[in-house]
Ligand binder design. Sequence first.
Ligand code: NAP
Length: 313
Amino acid sequence: MYVPRPHLPADRRVYNQIQRCSTDLLYSRETEDLTMLYRPLFWTSYWCEDWLASSGYRGGCEYILISSASSKTAFCFAYSVRKRIERGLPKESTSNVRIIGLTSKGNLHFTEKLGLYHEVYDYDSFLSAKPFHTKDKSKPQPRWIYIDVAGNQTLNSKIYTHFASPYSVSKLVAAVSLGMTNLAPGEAKADTIEWTANLENTSENGGGTKPISSSPSLGFWPRTEQFFLPEWLAIRRLQLTPTQMFDAQKEAWGALMQDCPSWVKLEYVYGGEQVQKAYEAMASSSRGLGPDKGWIWSMWDTEAENGVIKAKL
Ligand SMILES: NC(=O)c1ccc[n+]([C@@H]2O[C@H](COP(=O)([O-])OP(=O)(O)OC[C@H]3O[C@@H](n4cnc5c(N)ncnc54)[C@H](OP(=O)(O)O)[C@@H]3O)[C@@H](O)[C@H]2O)c1
């Protein structure tokens, strides 16, 4: 079922979709709450990783750096990389990839505890951490890919300046914008990013060394690319059969549902009044909800008996 939203471009159709549980082949009552928490953003992380993997991680990389590492989109991306490493696919050179998370000080412990990143650093001190300075004799210039979920201009300047330095031991081969968790309302920053579409990233942009025209002083540099799920799915639909796509998603979703329950603690709020109170408390708090919690808000006053709720619609 689709909600008509004619003002949106045609390729946003996927966001207009409403799926009834009864026709959802990935639905199960036991994982309904986790589905609400993870479904849309997991597919973004999953297909973004698929997109990068389709270019062999841009010809191979040693490090994947992810900002806003405590966000679900970020850690689901890290999880997807881990799953690929576990599968040990020969095509991509992923076996030595180290996944580095960057987060705020208050979310450091949570992010480390997830166990999805090889290393986690806070935004203030990460540049003094070993991976940013270590020379590896076998890899004279380790290659890094940056997945930006924070969208924080100050942080990004720090990162780009580090890699642009002639003293940097590493090379940034791709910078991908995936989210904007740190963007405060009213910030004009989104207008200043130079977006590119996520093209089929085979050999053409495998090296990822296009100059950023707005930053000529940085010399050759990967341009910030924006991953946009519908675009990549449109390409994948030409490469894979519907069955292959469904099977891949089913396997990934089944694994996620097994692996994710310990990551975020679900808390339940029942009834319209309580939900309103919870919403107002969260909206007035400067840090919103901590990354360790997922709230399930129900307009019914109590939990369903035997998992059965009589639909009011
Ligand atoms: N490209 C796409 O198609 C796509 C799809 C899904 C999601 N996204 C984007 O990805 C981003 C992450 O989404 P998500 O659902 O994964 O987020 P989430 O789990 O709710 O992540 C929240 C994180 O945002 C950071 N944060 C910064 N300021 C905050 C504040 N005032 N209150 C709470 N958290 C704050 C914190 O991370 P740190 O402390 O680690 O920075 C926090 O852990 C969003 O910008 C979303 O729009 C994009």
